[in-house]
Design a protein around this ligand. Structure first.
Ligand code: GAR
Length: 212
């Protein structure tokens, strides 16, 4: 039996869509780059492509249809407790989680977002970066707090916005960086090298403040 003591922490991934970030995480866990084990995928959409990724990696997936936040969060928390999940990774999970979940996993819940936060939180960040005439964009991994894409930042990667970019070309350039950034940030947090203290991200055993 694999427990959190011999194999690192037990992890849940939450995703609503295609699941390419989930895929990059699952590979990094499979290759031993990140300590721990993904014990479940949770999705709010039965048709999410992420479920196929879960199947390929032998990870059980759970569909919890969104019928309001209270019901979703109660079911989610019960599932996470039953599976003894210690860390939650949001990978294209397109719902805002409330305090019951966020507070229960404080310092142990991460999200990735396709912009250089705090710029362009929320929906369609790539289109909004283009419309604003930004000359660079990128992705951000952050601890989740009660806000929308607002928590303390662990890592960012930058890409240029190029002349002639469309939403699709920019999103693809950012996505390639997401697939590098998220596994690396998760490795730092799950190995204990980076952690949240209050509202500050700390690095190393004695700690210095991370300024992303
Ligand atoms: C990714 O670009 C991720 O950063 C974004 O959704 C996409 C999911 O793609 N997340 C957010 O916008 C969260 N606010 P994927 O399903 O292929 O990983």
């Amino acid at each position: 039996v694999c427990t959190s003591h011999d194999a690192g922490p037990l992890v849940a991934v939450l995703a609503s869509g295609r699941g390419s970030n989930f895929e990059s995480l699952a590979r990094a866990f499979d290759d031993g780059e990140i300590p721990g084990r993904i014990v479940c995928l949770v999705t709010d959409r039965a048709e999410a492509g992420a479920r196929l990724v879960a199947e390929r990696h032998g990870i059980p997936s759970y569909v919890l249809p969104w019928e309001g936040r209270r019901a979703f969060e109660a079911e989610l928390l019960a599932l996470l407790r039953r599976l003894e999940v210690e860390y939650v990774l949001l990978a294209g999970f397109m719902r805002l989680l409330g305090p019951t979940v966020v507070d229960a996993f404080e310092g142990r819940i991460l999200n990735i977002h396709p912009s250089l936060l705090p710029a362009f939180p929320g929906l369609e960040p790539q289109a909004r970066a283009l419309a604003a005439g930004a000359t660079e964009s990128g992705c951000t991994v952050h601890f989740v707090d009660r806000g929308m894409d607002t928590g303390p930042i662990v890592a960012q990667r930058r890409v240029p916005v190029l002349p002639g970019d469309t939403v699709e070309t920019l999103a693809a350039r950012i996505l390639a960086e997401e697939h590098r950034c998220y596994p690396e940030a998760v490795r730092l947090v799950l190995s204990g090298r980076v952690r949240l203290r209050g509202e500050t991200v700390w690095c190393g055993p004695d700690g210095f403040e991370v300024r992303a």
